[in-house]
Design a protein around this ligand. Structure first.
Ligand code: IYR
Length: 229
């Protein structure tokens, strides 16, 4: 069947309607979704058990459904499963992280990180079957080679990363938002073009056989929300 369409200022618009649920069902679905999301944890110890590539393709397609400034979708997801590249990334990340942990991070920062039990060593960069390195695209090249800025790039790519993390969780896999700093080495190792900047690195896979995560509590609704009624 043909989609219902109308043209607004020369651009096609298609008719849209979303599924609706009775109020009680909405309450129960939203509760179930929250219960499910509440089980997500950042994990630092990975198994090397393989993951079907199709799962990675699907979670990236889900991430790419995120809203973005002027629908420019200013992101590139680089998927690394090649052992040699993972090794190069681990070595470069650990070098930067060593500098950060020993020189660049303040005492307060290091104190704040103590509950996470992190350090400069990042074995997950080699163990996890996949590393997804998300690049933000600051601008695009038009057909004539001139630069065209993207809009709200950090917000857009942050949203896509949120969608990606939810999709990873939903597939029954785990991840970690790793932000080695500075991240320039990822641009170099992955030979990315000049309009791309590294944004976030996410190892993706199964958790190791026995994993412990920090006993963090999440803020309550009252702590994070203000209702104006
Ligand atoms: N990027 C470092 C340090 C680090 C910083 C924050 I803020 C964290 O929440 C966790 C780690 C690292 O990945 O170890």
């Amino acid at each position: 069947m043909e989609k219902e369409m109308k043209v607004i200022e020369g651009f096609e618009h298609i008719k849209y309607s979303h599924v609706h649920y009775p109020p009680e069902e909405m309450v129960s679905r939203s509760q179930q979704y929250y219960d499910w999301m509440e089980t997500r944890r950042s994990v630092r110890d990975f198994s090397d058990k393989p993951v079907p590539k199709e799962v990675i393709e699907n979670i990236i397609k889900s991430a790419s459904t995120a809203p973005s400034g002027a629908h420019k979708q200013p992101w590139t997801f680089c998927v690394v499963s090649n052992a040699e590249l993972k090794k190069q990334i681990r070595e470069a990340a650990e070098e930067e992280e060593y500098e950060s942990y020993t020189k660049r991070m303040s005492e307060t920062w290091l104190d704040d990180l103590k509950p996470m039990a992190t350090n400069h060593q990042k074995p997950f960069l080699e163990t996890a079957p996949y590393l997804i390195i998300v690049f933000k695209r600051a601008f695009e090249f038009d057909e004539d080679g001139s630069k065209h800025q993207n809009y709200y790039v950090n917000e857009s790519v942050g949203l896509a990363c949120g969608f990606l993390i939810s999709a990873i969780h939903d597939a029954g896999l785990v991840t970690l938002t790793h932000t080695p700093s500075p991240m320039g080495f990822l641009h170099k190792i992955l030979e990315r073009p000049e309009n791309e900047r590294p944004f976030l690195l996410l190892p993706v896979g199964y958790e190791a056989d026995e994993v412990y995560v920090p006993n963090n509590r999440r803020k309550s609704l009252e702590e994070v929300a203000v209702f104006y009624e």
